[in-house]
Write a protein that binds this ligand. Structure first.
Ligand code: SF4
Length: 354
């Protein structure tokens, strides 16, 4: 069975402020296998980008605290890495692509040189070989006339082409993991589809594991094998793409799905936005952070935050509705309908372990 290449366990990240530490990520756990895509979804401020940046240790050291948790890459805890160790992993084993390609590109440097920089830092290639590899990467990401384009500057490319260049830089050293933070949000729909197709093709060729950070469920549906839904710094639900889209069990996941446009016009339904806004992270109480927006809130929800409950081999949910002590009449039909019986979940688990 394919081993996990990355395991994030009980990760907590806080930011130091004048008024004390403000939690941004609260007990997040997930894993990634070689060649699979895990989408991390949620509204802005849910902690998804902070989680991604803490894997790469890109958060400002002077005001970030990671009081608990581990981030294991191939079994080793990256949080214990020295600066030198993290530098050698960053860009070679794990790469990151951000939303705005201009933040990743140096506007004063030819793009060929920018691709070659990582190659000379992380590989033994000669200058000539690195240039050849840079050309191949441009070809691979679909840049026409790659030999001449090696000598062009970022401003000579369109937005979509610049994001292709960023992907070429990120994948030049053949990383095992690519973290893509809203990689297509700044692009128009046609270019977005091209970039996503490109990422999928490259993933197949290179067997790269992808962590895709996005708020766009359409992108998730096109790309993900598994999905982690984040809210107020926690993973409130995770599961396979089918489980999250067809058997969602957390009221927030249901809300996100209802607020997503149905791409199939014959089944178009009115969009139902989630009322209210996410809680202030500096004023979180002891209860479920979604309680103020949840249509199914019970008394217990205001007092205690539920823990994660595994409801199948691959799906886990943080919600009191999943607790066996919750009276059945409190469980809404849309959650009940999506629920599999314990027997079905057990049969699934048996299938996996058989
Ligand atoms: Fe809603 Fe309660 Fe579940 Fe939170 S724990 S999502 S408030 S039902």
């Amino acid at each position: 069975m394919n081993q996990n290449i990355l395991e994030v366990d009980n990760l907590h990240v806080s930011f130091k402020t004048r008024n004390g530490a403000v939690p941004a990520v609260r007990g997040v756990s997930f894993s990634l296998k070689k060649g699979e895509t895990l989408a991390i979804v949620g509204e802005s401020g849910s902690g998804k980008s902070v989680t991604a940046k803490s894997i790469m240790q890109l958060l400002p050291k002077q005001n970030t605290v990671i009081p608990e948790g581990t981030i294991r890459y191939e079994g080793k805890d990256m949080l214990k890495f020295s600066n030198k160790e993290i530098q050698s992993v960053r860009g070679s084993d794990i790469s990151m692509v951000f939303q705005d390609p201009m933040t990743s590109l140096n506007p004063t440097m030819k793009i060929g040189k920018q691709i070659m920089e990582g190659l000379s830092r992380h590989t033994q290639l000669t200058k000539k070989q690195a240039r050849q590899r840079a050309k191949e990467m441009l070809e691979l990401v679909g840049i026409p006339n790659p030999e001449t384009r090696l000598d062009a500057y970022p401003h000579q490319f369109s937005g979509g082409m610049r994001q292709r260049v960023v992907i070429a830089i990120a994948l030049a050293c053949n990383p095992k993991i690519l973290i893509a933070d809203e990689p297509t949000t700044a692009l128009d729909v046609t270019i977005q589809a091209q970039i996503l197709r490109l990422m999928r093709n490259l993933q197949e060729k290179m067997d790269t594991g992808i962590i895709l950070i996005t708020h766009d469920l359409g992108v998730v549906a096109n790309m993900a094998d598994r999905v982690a839904v984040m809210y107020a710094g926690e993973v409130v639900e995770q599961g396979t793409l089918d489980e999250i889209f067809y058997r969602p069990q957390h009221p927030y996941t249901l809300g996100l799905l209802r607020s997503m446009p149905n791409l199939d016009a014959s089944r178009a339904q009115p969009l139902i936005p989630i009322p209210g806004s996410p809680p202030d992270p500096s004023a979180l109480g002891t209860g479920c952070p979604f309680a103020a927006r949840c249509p199914y809130t019970m008394k217990v929800c205001h007092d205690y935050n539920p823990g994660a409950v595994a409801i199948s081999e691959s799906q886990a949910v943080r919600c009191w509705l999943q607790d066996e002590r919750t009276p059945p009449e409190h469980i809404p039909a849309e959650i009940k309908e999506g629920r599999r019986s314990t027997e079905e979940a057990a049969a699934d688990a048996e299938g996996v372990t058989a």
